[in-house]
Ligand binder design. Sequence first.
Ligand SMILES: Cc1cc2nc3c(=O)[nH]c(=O)nc-3n(C[C@H](O)[C@H](O)[C@H](O)COP(=O)(O)O)c2cc1C
Length: 302
Amino acid sequence: MNKLEVKIGSLTLKNPVMTASGTFGYGDEYISLLDISKLGAIVTKTLTMEPRAGNPAPRIWELPYGMLNSIGLANIGVHRFISEKLPILRDYEATVIANIASADVAGYTEVIKILENEKGISAYELNVSCPNVEKEGMAFGADVETLLEVTRRCREAADKCLIVKLTPNVYDIGSLAQAAVEGGADALTVANTVLGMAVDIESRKPRIPSALAGYSGPGIKPVNLAKLYQVRKAVDVPLIGCGGIMNYRDALEYMITGAAAVQIGSGTYKNPRLAVEVIDDMERYLNEKGIDDIDNLIGTMK
Ligand SMILES: Cc1cc2nc3c(=O)[nH]c(=O)nc-3n(C[C@H](O)[C@H](O)[C@H](O)COP(=O)(O)O)c2cc1C
């Protein structure tokens, strides 16, 4: 019996450890560094219909407890992903979750329709932290009605498992989680980057040209863990914890709080093999504690 196996909706994962979107490319760049088939899943960089160059540099600023980024969804577009990357991921038998975004609701469903018949994609993860041009640039994931609408439309288009990745930059994340579940989400990722900023006191310019950026890494773990706790109380679907996981202990904090799986993002920049090390360390922890199934740990916070 594989004691690390977990279920995310219709999806069975060999273990609960995924790489987070945008921090592991399309997976292929890591083949020389680790066995990508060992990962619970690889979440792709956000895919959009058309290729995107992203924001002007500098797009990253390192901080004592993490980093700021404003990449601007740079990606090769869904068609090149299918022709150039997906065949490699299939060859290596990786479990792939396609992360998707668009500037309008119809764009999400169009990308899903293109991916729906492709072999080698197990689920979709909707990145709803990006601006919605139909709602004056407000993030899809920051408004209950919009989130309900985008999730519902994607649910209609998708037979595969549908995951919504929530933004932590809202006060009442429970209501947004409920909207996503009402719209048909099978699972929720909690959460994306926290809004952040840094200023150079010599030039008096923001460190990232767009000023506002996404904060990730160890500094956000308590924030996203609290969000996961709030979401756990609001809905009853599998949750995927994300934010500041730097080792197996961080991952287990999310799982004990109620996450069925976790995603590792910025940690991969420090150690490209971190996700596989977390898998091994988790197994060792279960053995040491005499726990024969990781399901017996999920949501057991006292
Ligand atoms: C450089 C960078 C690029 C990212 N790109 C994406 C992206 O394209 N889509 C997305 O949904 N999240 C993206 N994220 C957010 C991560 O997937 C993750 O949710 C966030 O970084 C929190 O996890 P961490 O603290 O482990 O990094 C990005 C994060 C970083 C640091």
